[in-house]
Design a protein around this ligand. Structure first.
Ligand code: PGA
Length: 259
């Protein structure tokens, strides 16, 4: 059965491309397709420095912009950090928080929680990343690990703000490889159900039913359909495959077909 909800496809450009001319070209290549798709919500997360320039190139709602991170304080002496109001001023309506590549640089569950609370306060939509390591996956401790990440990140978020949360499940062992190394649809579906169970227990059934859950980790055009249908996710967080407009547009078109 086709769902009535739009599929959420997020492009996480990470620290790419290497200059604003290439960022502009990549965006224009994606915009052509993304702006036509009625059943897909495309979200582009470029490096901070490209946000303003890119967001000025598009005025509709089918493409939204996201920061790849933010700091929890509103302003002040925090060298190198970017605040929620700076993100909004640059045209972002969303922000990725807790990506595993930031956690690997030392970001703690407590810091992620502070960022989530600050972002909800600012009215940004949060794409909260969670995901276990290879070791947890092999040891069978991944469910406890995911529970801790979810509970700590969302601690203190008031009911009225929950509608601003999107969960991106990204198993670390599947990130940055190729589609053969991504999670398979059945295993993904099991994990999605588990995440919904943890959310229902902590925040109520209503939120668990509504919260969009995305998958990330070696999404390519070749596994998009299986991940969306067998995995039963509401969308995808795409890294390396979002750096080619033709590959990413194909992912968007497949999502449009399925939605
Ligand atoms: P990948 O990255 O698609 O290159 O695996 C996904 C991510 O890290 O968000």
């Amino acid at each position: 059965m086709k769902s009535t909800k739009k599929k959420l496809i997020v492009a996480n450009w990470k620290m790419n491309p290497e200059n604003s001319t290439k960022a502009h070209q990549l965006f224009m290549g994606i915009k052509q397709t993304a702006s036509k798709l009625s059943k897909v919500q495309t979200i582009i997360a470029p490096p901070f420095v490209y946000l303003t320039g890119l967001s000025e190139l598009y005025r509709g709602h089918r493409i939204l912009f996201a920061g790849q991170d933010m700091f929890w304080e509103k302003k002040g002496s925090f060298t190198g950090e970017v605040s929620s109001s700076m993100l909004k001023d640059s045209g972002a309506e969303c922000v990725i928080i807790g990506h595993s590549e930031r956690r690997a640089l030392g970001e703690s569950n407590e810091e992620i929680n502070k960022k989530v609370l600050a972002a909800t306060g600012a009215g940004l939509t949060i794409i909260l990343c969670i995901g276990e390591s290879d070791r947890d996956h092999k040891n069978g401790t991944h469910l406890a690990f995911l529970t801790k990440q979810l509970e700590s990140a969302l601690m203190g978020v008031v009911k009225g703000k929950l509608s601003k949360i999107v969960i991106a499940y990204e198993p670390i062992w599947a990130i940055g490889k190729s589609k053969e190394d991504a999670m398979n649809g059945d295993e993904l579906h099991e994990t999605v159900l588990f995440i919904k169970k943890v959310i229902a227990k902590n925040f109520g059934k209503n939120f668990a039913l509504k919260v969009p859950i995305l998958y990330g980790g070696s999404v390519e055009k070749g596994n998009t359909k299986a991940l969306l249908t067998e995995g039963m996710v509401d969308g995808l967080l795409v890294g390396h495959a979002s750096l080619s407009a033709s590959e990413f547009n194909e992912i968007l078109r497949i999502a449009q077909e399925i939605a």
